[in-house]
Design a binder for this molecule. Structure first.
Ligand code: NDP
Ligand code: 8X3
Length: 245
C-alpha cells in the first residue's frame, strides 16, 4: 500500500514493486492519476492494483480505505507529504503550516494507526515512512517542514518500540534533493523557483529512492533497516549543495 502514488517517489515505487510482481494498493487525492497509473501497471506487469482516492488528513477516509481492503497489507509506504512555503518563522503562512503538520504528521499517523492494528492481528508486516534529510537537520525557512520530518523520525523509532516482540518491521528512508513535483508544490506552482532548487546539480531521481525502498523492503525477515539517509553526490547536508556554476 503506497500513499501519495500519483507522482514522484510514490509513483516510482509503485512501478518497481509491480515490475517484481507485487499486488498494489495505490492512494492519493488525484483520482485521474491513480486511474492511469493503475491501468498502466496492470497492463504492463499483470499485477492486481486497487486504487483509493482520498486525503490522508481525512481520518475517516483513511479508516474506510483500510477497512475496504480484503487482504492484509504486507507493506505500508507512508509517502504522501509536502513542503508548503519556505518563509521565515516570523512571516510564514498559517495555512502552509497546517497543511504540512496535518499531512506529514497526522496523515502518516492516521494510516499507521489503522494499518498497524491490522498487521498486529496478522502477525507480520512492514511500515516504511518517507522521512528526509530535513528530519535530521533544520534549515532556514524550513521550521515547520523540518519539524514534521523530525516527527517522522520520532514516530518511526517509537513505533518500532511499540511493535517490539512482533514480526512487524518499521523503517524510514530519508532523502535529500529529489527531482519530483515537490518543489513546485512547495512554491505553490512557481515553476521558475522550483527549477532553481535543482539548478546546475544532479539531484536524485524518484527512481533512485524507489530502488532504496525496494531494497529496504526486501531484506530477510530478521533484518530491520531503521533509517537510511540518501543524498545526491552534489549535496553534503541540508544546506550545503555544490552547483557547477
Ligand atoms: P510529489 O509532490 O511528487 O509527491 C507527493 C505525493 O503526496 C503526491 O502523490 C500527492 O498526491 C501526495 N499527497 C500530498 N498531500 C496529500 C494528502 N493530503 N493526501 C493524500 N496524498 C497526498 O513529491 P515527492 O515524491 O518528492 O514526495 C514524496 C515524499 O517524499 C514526501 O513525504 C516528501 O516530504 C518526501 N521527500 C521529498 C524529497 C524531495 O526532495 N522531493 C526529499 C525528502 C523527502 P495528490 O496530490 O494526488 O494527493
Ligand atoms: C525534502 C528535502 O532539503 O528540500 O525533504 O527539505 S529538502
Amino acid at each position: 500500500m503506497i500513499t501519495g502514488a500519483t507522482s514522484g517517489i510514490g509513483a516510482a515505487t509503485a512501478n518497481i514493486f509491480a515490475e517484481y510482481g507485487a499486488d498494489l494498493i495505490i492512494t492519493g487525492r488525484r483520482k485521474n492519476k491513480l486511474e492511469s497509473l493503475s491501468d498502466f501497471l496492470i497492463q504492463e506487469f499483470s499485477v492486481s492494483v486497487q486504487y483509493h482516492s482520498f486525503d490522508v488528513r481525512d481520518r475517516e477516509a483513511c479508516k474506510k480505505c483500510v477497512d475496504t481492503i480484503k487482504k492484509p497489507v504486507d507493506i505500508l509506504l507512508n509517502n504522501a507529504g509536502l513542503a508548503s512555503g519556505l518563509d521565515p518563522i516570523q512571516a510564514a503562512d498559517f495555512d502552509d503550516w497546517d497543511a504540512m503538520i496535518d499531512t506529514n504528521i497526522k496523515g502518516l499517523l492516521n494510516m499507521t494507526r489503522f494499518v498497524s492494528e491490522q498487521m498486529k492481528q496478522n502477525g507480520e508486516g512492514h511500515i516504511i515512512n518517507i522521512g528526509s534529510i530535513a528530519g535530521h537537520e533544520a534549515y532556514p525557512g524550513g521550521s515547520v517542514y523540518c519539524a514534521t520530518k523530525h516527527a517522522v523520525k520520532a514516530i518511526t523509532q517509537a513505533a518500532k518500540m511499540d511493535l517490539s516482540g512482533t514480526n512487524i518491521r518499521v523503517s524510514s528512508v530519508s532523502p535529500g534533493l529529489v527531482d519530483t513535483e515537490f518543489s513546485e508544490v512547495r512554491f505553490h506552482g512557481d515553476k521558475k523557483k522550483a527549477e532553481n532548487v535543482y539548478r546546475n546539480l544532479k539531484p536524485l531521481s524518484a527512481e533512485d529512492i524507489a530502488e532504496i525502498i525496494f531494497f529496504v523492503a526486501n531484506r530477510p525477515p530478521h533484518v530491520n533497516i531503521l533509517d537510511t539517509i540518501v543524498l545526491p553526490v552534489a549535496q553534503s547536508s541540508a544546506t550545503i549543495v555544490h552547483r557547477s556554476d
